[in-house]
Design a protein around this ligand. Sequence first.
Ligand code: PFF
Length: 445
Amino acid sequence: MASQREQWNSRTGFILATVGSAVGLGNVWRFPTVVVQSGGGAFVLLFLAIVLVIGVPAIIVELTLGRRSQKNILGTFLILAPGTKWWVAGLFSLVAVFVILSFYSVIAGWAAIYFVGSLLGIFSGLETEGLTLLFGEIAGHGFLSLLAQGIFMLATIIIVSTGITGGIERWSKFLMPGIIVILFMLLGRTLLLEGALEGVLWFLTPDLSQINLDVALSAVGQVFFSFSLGMGAILTYGSYLSPRENIPQSAILIGFADVAIALLMGLIIIPALFVFNVQPEVGPGIIFVTLPAIFNTIPGSMVWSALFFLMLTFAALTSAVSLLEVGVAYFMDARKWSRRAATVLLGSLIFLIGVPSNLSQGIWSNVLIFGRDFLDLMDFTASSILLPLGGFFTVIFLAWIWGTENALKELNKGASTFMWGSGWAFLVKYIIPVAILYIFVSGML
Ligand code: PFF
């Protein structure tokens, strides 16, 4: 008989850990970056619409499947549809884990370098131009950047190997509130800068002519990435849930927290881009130029900036942990590996896969594949292809194979009856699959 499956110690612990998975580089780094690339307010509007119609209902889908199966991402399909080939859908998600974590750890490594750099005062007094150059040097400095990526992966391995429900639950309780305090402080500072209003307007005013299927596809990709959907992270966390949990309520809370932090970040970064005249061509580094520029206008900038980058590193860590956990849970459940062996092996492999992404920001920056450098290519493959497809199959599976009736039965085990059950079932059966498929196919063409 298999040993007893881990369970969250408390409801707060579960919520914080799941919010911890959702909130990370996706909100702080990726959201503002994609907004800039995709034309501002119009993207934000689409993003919000997709959150409501696809994002939050899909969180409910994954949590329900996970809690019902009490299994990993592949096991869920095997147990709820035995004898079928549906487990192949889980494979998408498993591949996405490797792809995402490999480049995620590169950027998280930069955040860690910026933490140490702030303490050493290397940004003090620099203006946009100097900060841009410095970012190029740090990201392109093969050794330093690889070292930081390695240390970040090691930290992820250590946390996951000690078990998810204890370690992560405890850390998340301190980190999430801390991040929010600093974000509000930064918001106040940016909005008071001269010329900030122009950026705020650009961020909040949708120019509908900017909306097209490419933008829609990046918005879907961003929602999946930011909500940790489409790759089994939320499903795996759901598998450690007790039947008493009120899933719809938790899903709303998780979605709300994630969106709030993304919007807050947009309101901090975008106006600052205008004020400090940071060129969007800086690409994935915009936050690493903009944020130190804002900090430099605040007395005691070193301390604030160190605190911020420390928290960003931790926010990335709580997300990375949930990613690695998806793979580890599978090898533990299905292959009977020990938690420690699974963690060390997968973690090391992911580090190696991340090396080209890391070098692509320096010595390999000239190597372009389909017009993208390697890091960008990994991000695009995961966010615009693997996650939407993983999400599509998971939703189809719940709606049409396992059945919304079964799902609603499972959902109603929670603290109270799911009021919008039939509305949710309708979305899951018809609207979400058609929307994802339409956007995906046309966005790809
Ligand atoms: N949601 C995380 C973020 O926004 O940073 C990234 C992530 C974590 C994506 C876990 C996917 C995942 F399974």
